[in-house]
Design a protein around this ligand. Sequence first.
Ligand SMILES: NC(=O)C1=CN([C@@H]2O[C@H](COP(=O)(O)OP(=O)(O)OC[C@H]3O[C@@H](n4cnc5c(N)ncnc54)[C@H](OP(=O)(O)O)[C@@H]3O)[C@@H](O)[C@H]2O)C=CC1
Ligand SMILES: N[C@@H](CC(=O)OP(=O)(O)O)C(=O)O
Length: 375
Amino acid sequence: MNKNRKKTVGFVGWRGMVGSVLLQRMIEKKDFKKINAIFFTTSQIGEKSPIIKDCNHTKLLQNAYDIDLLYSLDIIITCYGTEYTNLMYYKLRSIGWKGYWIDAASELRMIQESCIVLDPINLKEINKSIDSGIKTFVGANCTVSLMLMSLGGLFSANLIEWISVSTYQAASGAGAKHMLELLNQMNFISKNIDSDLENESMSILNIEKKITNLYKSKNFPKKYFKIPLLGNLIPWIDSIHNIGQTREEWKIQAETNKIISSNKKILIDGNCVRIATLRCHSQSFVIKLKQDISIIEVETILRNHNKWVSIIPNTAESSLKYLNPAYVSGTLFTPIGRIRKLNIGKKYLSAFTVGDQLLWGAAEPLRRILCILVK
Ligand SMILES: NC(=O)C1=CN([C@@H]2O[C@H](COP(=O)(O)OP(=O)(O)OC[C@H]3O[C@@H](n4cnc5c(N)ncnc54)[C@H](OP(=O)(O)O)[C@@H]3O)[C@@H](O)[C@H]2O)C=CC1
Ligand SMILES: N[C@@H](CC(=O)OP(=O)(O)O)C(=O)O
């Protein structure tokens, strides 16, 4: 690539949830000034492209399967998903395309020729990869990125022996259709109990019974989640990976160790659970430390690691105010609180974190690797 000319970047999947958050962040940070852009689509060829100020870009949407056009690009960034990656990535590489491929989907994360990107955690590794000719950069699974952003200090100080994690994952992680279904579930219940809520003499347990019966109604919207998520939870995310463990649970240890490229594998496992929040994932950790260090030291190490993490005092007032999905939604803030030693032993630490799974969990690491590559 000629280093003095602006790189041409192709955007695939920019209309989706992750892609639109990416575009919004790039506009906010004026990243489009640094590139020429071509917007692609799998379904709206010839429709109008989004209009981006200060950016040289095509006016109409291009065919995301046009291999010749894709081949001419310096960089392709895709937030479309695994289906597109599987179809186009290997095709392009097999005909000798040497551009940078940046991807939100999980498909390429664990292949040898890729680097998983989360630069506040692994900038050195990213730079090493670029220098060594790696051309494929993939964002991590959302819970992995959000865990590392909040616990980054303990990872980089090599203080973690193992982690047991329980996740509380938002509907958006399952995709736009699922998120809409959750809202339709809210609407369905609300419409059906509206008059009961106005009737002060109605017993709360009668309303609860009505809701439980509504869950069983054939009209209850559950095409995607299969069961109600509203007022409920789903203790299973993604497909089975190996005996008893889901793929979502498997990714945590596998991707984390690739990102931090640790000599000795850090063991991480737990339960991944879908809950009825909109776009923030929360995680509860039990951490076995390698040393017995004080809570003040733990907090200092975590606080000093990056500018997005913030330590929430372990009080009711602060936990309620700052450590919840509604507060964190739409921000890059990765608060961590409920930090305390467990009564199991002095090396056992408990902590709870919340993060926006569309920002640090998906779009932001992609935006940042793009900036590194076009610098
Ligand atoms: N959701 C998440 O939290 C995370 C997702 N990812 C990865 O990113 C991929 C994309 O996820 P996500 O953004 O949630 O997917 P979406 O379903 O929101 O969007 C994916 C694509 O679907 C097409 N599309 C069809 N109909 C519509 C419509 N009505 N509105 C908008 N787009 C539409 C668009 O492509 P086109 O213009 O070509 O039709 C769009 O780019 C996932 O498959 C996953 O691999 C990674 C981390 C987290
Ligand atoms: N599986 C995640 C979201 C996601 O897309 O993950 P991945 O990028 O690892 O497929 C969730 O459901 O919350």
